[in-house]
Design a protein around this ligand. Structure first.
Ligand code: F6P
Length: 524
């Protein structure tokens, strides 16, 4: 077996953590700051442009030291070595997990370099207007057709790095919903639009159907030969892309050792390259590479992704918190949460361990959230006064990119104030009205970053990638497969057959059968 397999709950440290939890669970922690002035200097990590403050958590030095000890018992060090050295740690799919190789500037594989070069040349030609459409006009719009990992990363990054964007307009067509596709097409001119079909497998129903529909739309104006000027593909399935009608030189390859939800660093990032230019894309890869080195080389007690993972385990497995929230105080990060939802929940939503046995403890956290300060006016009430414990990551930037200091100061004042309000509550204050009482003791991590740059964004994304990996190792699960998405796909194919034949009776489940009958009746 490639990765070590240890049931975390059977370790000595887990037992010690359970005992420690009994001591801490009811403790109102607010007073600790008054009693311990050095807490905020101890529970923090400064690294490059990042400052992580994790002092507003329901932890003590003992909590951290026990959690760090747990890492020895589950052999995290060995697991990290195996991932980075390309061992087939995704055992259920018999694959290595090497998205880090896509940004390994010390030891870059020749095929990675070649693909980056191809992306650079192509994206330059598109943005410089050298590549012309079928009527000789330069490209004005770039459309990414893909779903899941072939959509969420590119969209999140192009949104986050909008400030660095060129004149090209970028669009993302993911959903199979034909109304959504039609709304996009209304705004596009086939003469000046480039479509990038992104699918690692090139068998994804939504992507293939959307791509075919859009090709037909294109062919109302352009000819079959013109397709080469307007459609390119990103895929590990070169034959599939060729069968669709994309020529070899218009296919950007992907490797099977890059998982979909970790693929924005690969040729899947072509739409990012077109939108912000190759140099910015490369700077983002470098930022991720720096975080990789931090994760690999730094001691675990000073290691940002490791500490975040441990704190999350503490709440998930001991406090039994079911979810965690991520609130970025930056409009640029408005697509971060959907991206993280796939990364984290597709990876760690597992209930069978690495021995194939059913798990009897909690795994994968639910990730949700939105941007600040909007979230304050939406769901923060529940964070402050609800009955649920929701540990939250606050992400903010010291500098505003456009230099609107007045707004930025208000934004950041809210950013800091919320973590304080969540932590302190009205504890120790004489609040007589029970409706105005705030219990406080609500945990947060504050991730303060100097500036939203391509490099810092790369580091931030890699930070969350490594965090989820550490958690998967502790939970003794395979984080890099996603068998849980398959059953629904199979049933959808059978359902489509029943719809096509107008025969609800082909459906096994009586509820679905009746629903389908109703659906087909409404169609007539
Ligand atoms: O259905 C889930 C999934 O397999 C994701 O893991 C993946 O990112 C997405 O579908 C898209 O897959 P593809 O890139 O092969 O079209």
């Amino acid at each position: 077996m490639s990765l070590p397999s240890v049931n975390p709950t059977k370790t000595e440290t887990w037992k010690a953590l359970e005992k420690h939890f009994q001591e801490i669970k009811a403790r109102q922690m607010q007073d600790v700051f008054e009693k311990d002035a050095s807490r905020s200097s101890r529970f923090k990590i400064e690294w490059q442009d990042f400052y992580l403050d994790y002092s507003k958590n329901r932890i003590t030095d003992e909590t951290i030291s026990l959690l760090l000890k747990l890492l020895e018992e589950v052999n995290l060090k060995e697991a990290i070595g195996k991932q980075f050295s390309g061992e087939k740690i995704n055992e259920t799919e018999d694959r290595a997990v090497l998205h880090t190789a896509l940004r390994d500037f010390e030891n870059m594989k020749p095929e990675v370099k070649a693909t980056l070069q191809k992306m650079k040349l192509f994206s330059d030609e598109i943005s410089n207007g050298i590549h012309k459409g079928f009527t000789g006009k330069p490209i004005t719009d770039v459309v990414n057709i893909g779903i899941g990992g072939s959509h969420l990363g590119p969209e999140m990054v192009t949104e986050a790095l909008k400030f660095y964007k060129n004149h090209l307009k970028t669009h993302f067509i993911a959903n199979i919903d034909g109304d959504g596709v039609a709304e996009h097409l209304k705004t596009l001119n086939p003469e000046t639009t480039l479509f990038i079909i992104v699918s690692k497998s090139f068998t994804t129903q939504e992507t293939n159907a959307n791509a075919s529909f859009i090709r037909d739309w294109f062919l109302k104006k352009g000819s079959r030969e013109d397709i080469q000027k307007h459609f390119v593909a990103v895929s590990a399935n070169v034959d599939g892309a060729k069968d669709f009608g994309i020529s070899q030189e218009n296919i950007f390859p992907m490797k099977d050792w890059v998982g979909g939800r970790f693929s924005l660093w690969s040729s899947v990032g072509l739409s990012i390259c077109c939108a912000i230019g190759f140099n910015n894309f490369e700077a983002m890869l470098k930022g991720a590479f720096e975080m990789d080195n931090h994760f690999k080389k730094e001691g675990f007690d000073e290691n940002i992704p490791v500490i975040l993972a441990l704190i999350s385990i503490w709440y998930n497995n001991f406090f039994k918190a079911e979810s965690e929230s991520v609130v970025a105080y930056s409009q640029y990060l408005n697509k971060l949460v959907p991206y993280l939802q796939q990364a984290v929940m597709e990876s760690n939503g597992k209930s069978v361990d690495r021995n194939g046995d059913r798990i009897e403890y909690q795994t994968g956290t639910i990730v949700w959230g939105n941007v600040g300060s909007n979230s304050q006016h939406a769901y923060f009430q529940l964070l402050h006064q609800g009955t649920k414990l929701i540990p939250t990551d606050f992400i903010g930037f010291s500098e505003s990119l456009h230099g609107n200091k007045a707004n930025h100061n208000i934004l950041m004042a809210n950013f800091f104030a919320q973590t304080e309000a969540l932590w302190e509550g009205t504890h120790n204050k004489n609040v007589e009205n029970p409706f105005k009482y705030f219990e406080g003791n609500k945990p947060t991590n504050t991730i303060l970053i100097k500036r939203m740059t391509p490099k810092n964004l790369g580091s931030l994304i890699a930070m969350y990638e490594h965090k989820l990996f550490v958690q998967g190792i502790i939970w003794n699960i395979y984080s890099y497969d996603q068998w849980g998405v398959e059953l629904g796909k199979t049933i959808a194919k059978e359902t489509l057959k029943a719809i096509g034949q107008n025969k609800p009776s082909l459906i096994k489940n009586s509820s679905t059968e009746k629903l389908l009958a109703q659906f087909l009746k409404k169609l007539q």
